[in-house]
Design a protein around this ligand. Structure first.
Ligand code: 5AD
Ligand code: SF4
Length: 435
């Protein structure tokens, strides 16, 4: 039997889909396939912005016909969107052909839900309010070699006023350092070369034995083997000198910090409940660069937050320059029902939002281009991760997060390769292998 998983959203979701794949395999769905050939289809959804939801709605809706033709097909929808207040009921009504709906805290039950569904006609809805456990007992089926994701914590307590994550992912729960380090060790032994420690806000990692994130990172980076480490996402309010010191101590921790700033205006940051100022943010990255001069900073930015003025938006534009970001994920503010910001006065018109996002994207891209152009003529090391069919070239990321493309006779996937850079385009570099 075949399975198909459709994943929306962040790396957390991509990683959870690796766990869903493991559960499906255990239930006899051996082969991954396209939707048409699948015997089970699982949607792992996202609700961070409205367009993520609309995208999923469209793709779920398209399966109506397939389900009519193929009676034994099971369609399951899970993840963040299902966990939103009232959404499971809404989905059930909108798409009466769905078989299983499961929330973010019900992943480990998916196997049982499939069994139950095979025995009954009626749709199954399984939702839990929150969970305490930090282990789901599922060993993920990873397809991302030589990269691997490892969860260190789940949930978020920050309640940024625009964000739905705390509502759908629940309160923070940190895995024990023993479990995290055992998983990282075994991945290194299996030959994985890049491990990314994952959490909504890794800086607030706090294990029951008192271990905090810098110590966990220190211990992970002290493991033996040929590998490098990344972590995401960090929150500027919890940024610490200790973290910088650990990054400096271990050169195998990639010289890239993803530090979402969201806005360059103090008034907007206040409304967003981010609990830092523009100045504090800039001080943090200045300190990081003092200690680790080649460390690149990447970020997330939202434009068109309620009441954001043109002047305040310009402060975001000037921050992009001042912070010298290598790149940024840029978003138009999307009101999420139940969050504080959705109820605020002064929602910004679509027209103004569009204008601001276009100007922001242009500013970020120009900066990325300029920074990449400076790499031409230098030697960059990348971890080769794949072959790009379109470009007919191998590709890999350098430790700062740039993509490097190159030709190679032998297959170098999983190897660290040095490239003499001959050209650049956006965040992508092009080069030739060198020793
Ligand atoms: N609208 C737009 N962007 C959002 N993000 C989170 N919530 C929203 C929202 N309601 C962005 C933030 C966050 C990233 C993962 O998604 O920039 O850092
Ligand atoms: Fe959302 Fe803020 Fe938590 Fe990030 S830190 S997941 S933006 S509430």
């Amino acid at each position: 039997m075949n399975y198909h998983i459709e994943t929306y959203g962040c790396q957390m979701n991509l990683h959870e889909s690796e766990k869903i794949a493991a559960i499906l395999k255990e239930k006899g769905y051996e082969r991954e396939s396209g939707t048409e050939e699948a015997d089970i289809i699982v949607f792992n959804t996202c609700c961070i912005r409205e367009n993520a939801e609309n995208h999923a709605f469209g793709n779920i809706g398209r399966l109506k016909k397939l389900k009519r033709q193929k009676k034994h097909l099971i369609i399951a929808v899970g993840g963040c969107m299902v966990q939103e207040s009232g959404k499971a009921e809404y989905l059930k009504q909108k798409f009466p052909f769905l078989d299983i709906l499961f929330g973010t805290h019900n992943l480990s039950e998916l196997g049982e839900l499939i069994e139950r569904k095979r025995a009954q006609k009626k749709a199954i809805v399984s939702l839990k309010e929150d969970r305490e456990e930090t282990e789901d007992g599922v060993v993920p089926v990873r397809k991302s070699y030589p990269n691997a994701w490892v969860n260190i914590m789940y949930g978020c307590n920050n309640f940024c006023s625009y964000c739905i994550v705390p509502y759908v992912r629940g309160r923070e729960r940190s895995r024990s350092p023993q479990d995290v380090l055992a998983e990282v060790s075994s991945l290194i032994k299996e030959g994985y070369k890049e491990i990314t420690l994952l959490g909504q806000n890794v800086n607030s990692y706090r294990a029951e034995d008192g271990t905090r994130f810098p110590q966990l990172l220190d211990r992970a980076a002290s493991l033996e083997g040929d590998f490098r480490l990344r972590f995401m996402t960090s929150h500027p309010k919890d940024f610490s000198e200790e973290l910088v010191a650990i990054m400096k101590k271990h050169t195998r921790i990639c010289r890239q910090l993803h530090l979402p700033v969201q806005s360059g205006s103090d008034r907007v940051l206040g409304l967003m409940n981010r609990r830092y100022t523009r100045e504090k943010y800039l001080q943090e990255i200045a300190q990081l660069r003092r200690e680790i001069p080649d460390c690149e900073v990447t970020t997330d930015i939202i434009v068109g937050f309620p009441t954001e003025t043109e002047e305040e938006f310009k402060e975001t534009l000037s921050l992009v320059k001042e912070a010298d970001f290598l790149s940024a994920f840029t978003f138009v503010y999307s009101p999420r029902t139940g969050t504080k910001a959705a109820a605020m006065e002064g929602q910004i018109s679509e027209e103004v939002q569009k204008d601001r996002i276009m100007r922001l994207v242009e500013a970020v891209n120009a900066q990325t281009r300029e920074k990449s152009a400076r790499c031409v003529g230098t030697v960059v090391e990348v971890l080769c991760e794949d072959f790009d069919e379109k470009k007919q070239m191998y590709l890999g990321r350098d430790e700062h997060g740039r993509m490097g493309y190159f030709a190679s006779g032998e297959n170098p996937v999983g190897k660290f390769v040095r490239l003499k850079i001959t050209g650049a385009n956006g965040i992508s570099l092009f080069g030739e292998r060198t020793e």
